[in-house]
Design a protein around this ligand. Structure first.
Ligand code: ZN
Length: 404
């Protein structure tokens, strides 16, 4: 299947010196991708609290970037308060906008079951050699120094990494390539607490990007006096920055209250945004309705605490000096461990894409030649593990091997 990714617009709006976000919008008629999405057989119920399992991919190059669990818990708690309108600063919503401020009845939980049905913390920590990622999705690929997405029909993928320059985060809109589906947040704005620096210290970058992930646009529709397609967010000329005084009006204001600059889909400081509108909530919930891009989440059970089986102790991914070639391979696969002590006596396990173990090799010399003639052509995952580290390879057996 060939994915057609149409990037409609990359928004490079500077606020102060930082970018709140860039949105990679995908066309809503993404039919090919939708066919692959398993849809739940039911619709949302009017008052239903929708539960969205989250997996957090923490990519670190320095120890400081390997943020503690508590920061992650603070951030998800903060996200939930914002989405349930339980944030303490709802009192700051100006009176004229209070009547349209709404509880989305969408909550996020850290996944307890991984894609293989094993118990998980829902937090993946991975060392990367990449000092700073560009907002070009490389952090979403293990092969490029990032970490592959978990099944985007069941998990909301959040990558936390050091982004180059002053980008705070970015998101994709619903309906795109599942391998890229999720949000990316700059490490030093992820969390909610005194360990972050103002003005991006209240976890609102994730709230904002999650709004995009659920189909929301910026209030000004990314053009001068443009539309976000939501009827209860007033038109505004452009983005807001800092912490404006109410009311803030512009040439396109239709009432004396002006801009809804305290909405999470503006670019105001974290301390100055505090609401989603009823129309925005309707839009976000529509993604989960029957036929919506996020409908499959209604059937997701990966946050329930009864996983199929306990996960074995898995060592973290790390740098192992091991190579596997050629790739694609045919009847032979060569495994080479340059540091023999690191690999001697250890196993490489090859799994098919269904997760079934198809071959196990014990390394007994620096170069091991593996006979792979019995494997059907296709994609395989090979995993090396020793006590401290593991390394994962995606390898392909070519369609034709041998005679022409
Ligand atoms: Zn944005």
């Amino acid at each position: 299947m060939k994915y057609l990714l149409l990037v409609l617009g990359v928004v490079l709006t500077f606020r102060g010196y930082s970018q709140r976000c860039m949105v990679k919008e995908t066309m809503p008629f993404f039919n090919e991708a939708r066919k692959g999405v398993q849809t739940s057989s039911r619709d949302t119920l009017p008052g239903e609290v929708i539960i969205v399992p989250v997996v957090i991919h923490v990519l670190y190059n320095t120890n400081d970037q390997n943020i503690p669990d508590q920061h992650i818990i603070d951030q998800i708690n903060s996200l939930n308060r914002d989405f349930r309108r339980k944030n303490a600063d709802t009192v700051n919503t100006p009176a004229p906008f209070k009547s349209v401020a709404a509880d989305s009845r969408i909550v996020f939980c850290i996944a307890k079951t991984d894609p293989d049905g094993k118990s998980t913390t829902g937090i993946i920590r991975k060392y990367t050699r990449v000092k700073a990622f560009f907002p070009d999705d490389q952090m979403k690929y293990s092969s490029k120094g990032g970490d592959d997405a978990w099944d985007a029909s069941e998990y909301f993928n959040i990558w936390v990494c050091n982004l180059f320059g002053r980008t705070l985060g970015y998101s994709v809109m619903p309906g795109g390539n599942p391998a890229l589906d999720g949000v990316v947040i700059q490490t030093n704005v992820f969390g909610n607490g005194p360990y972050l620096s103002a003005p991006f210290n209240k976890g609102r970058t994730l709230t904002h990007e999650t709004g995009h992930w659920l189909g929301l646009k910026h209030l000004w529709g990314d053009s001068v006096c443009g539309s976000d397609g939501i009827d209860d967010t007033p038109p505004q000329e452009g983005s807001s920055t800092g912490c404006p005084d109410f009311p803030k009006t512009s040439s396109c204001s239709i009432n004396p209250y002006g801009d809804m600059f305290m909405d999470f889909m503006d670019f105001t400081d974290d301390a100055c945004m505090n609401m989603f509108s009823t129309g925005q909530v309707r839009e976000m919930r529509s993604q989960f309705a029957k036929g919506g891009f996020r409908n499959s989440f209604l059937a997701s059970t990966v946050c329930e605490s009864s996983p199929v089986e306990e996960a074995p102790q898995v060592p973290p991914d790390g740098e192992v000096d091991l190579q596997m070639y050629p790739n694609p391979f045919a009847t032979q696969l060569i495994i080479r461990g340059n540091n023999f002590d690191e690999v001697n006596g250890k196993a490489v396990r090859i799994y098919n894409v269904q997760g079934k173990l198809v071959q196990e090799i014990t390394i007994q010399s620096q170069t091991t030649i593996v006979n792979t003639s019995q494997l059907p052509s296709g994609v395989y995952i090979a995993i090396f593990e020793n006590a401290n580290k593991r390394k994962i390879f995606k390898i392909v057996k070519a369609g034709y091997s041998g005679n022409r």
